[in-house]
Design a protein around this ligand. Structure first.
Ligand SMILES: [Cu+2]
Length: 160
């Protein structure tokens, strides 16, 4: 397991054969850096919890970087699940049926989808994906560490 971050659970980040998907060349990708802190998601240089916009068909490299003081989770989906009165993830996850590639300093893996990642303070992860037009619409990014979502750690994600 890479030292820079850990996945919340194997179930949520299914690994498949490396190189089984075709991914865009670096030059085609747009890089988006999303900072996590108490209690917000912020595209670097933007406003806290402002909507995050992605264009369908455009290859992206998205870096999630925990610049806060606490551990945070990243989930992107819609229809919040509630367990015992507490928000606990999404019924539908934006990236869980897509090819998603994880980049690191010294490793890369292909995956069959991304549901969530947990980042300790100072940790970051970079993923590559291209959203198909079927996913156009309004989604949400949220942190479901107990209390964080309720504290406002969520933002709209718009695929257009
Ligand atoms: Cu959090």
């Amino acid at each position: 397991m890479p030292p820079r971050f850990r996945f919340f659970a194997l179930l949520t980040f299914l690994l498949v054969t490396v190189g089984s998907f075709a991914f865009a060349q670096d030059a085609e990708r747009i890089e988006v850096v999303i900072e996590l802190r108490e209690f917000s998601f912020t595209v670097a240089g933007g406003e806290a919890n402002a909507p995050i916009v992605f264009k369908a068909g455009q290859p992206y490299s998205v870096v999630f970087s925990n610049v806060g003081m606490m551990g945070h989770e990243v989930l992107v989906g819609r229809s919040v699940l509630v367990e015992d009165g507490v928000p606990d993830g999404y019924e539908t996850n934006l990236l869980d049926a897509l090819p998603v590639k994880v980049a690191g300093d010294d490793w890369e893996v292909g995956t069959s989808g991304f549901v969530e990642v947990e980042l300790e303070p100072g940790q970051s992860v970079e993923i590559y994906f291209t959203l198909p037009t079927e996913l156009i619409g309004t989604w949400e990014i949220g942190c479901f560490v107990p209390g964080h979502y309720q504290a406002g750690m969520k933002a709209a994600v718009i695929v257009e």
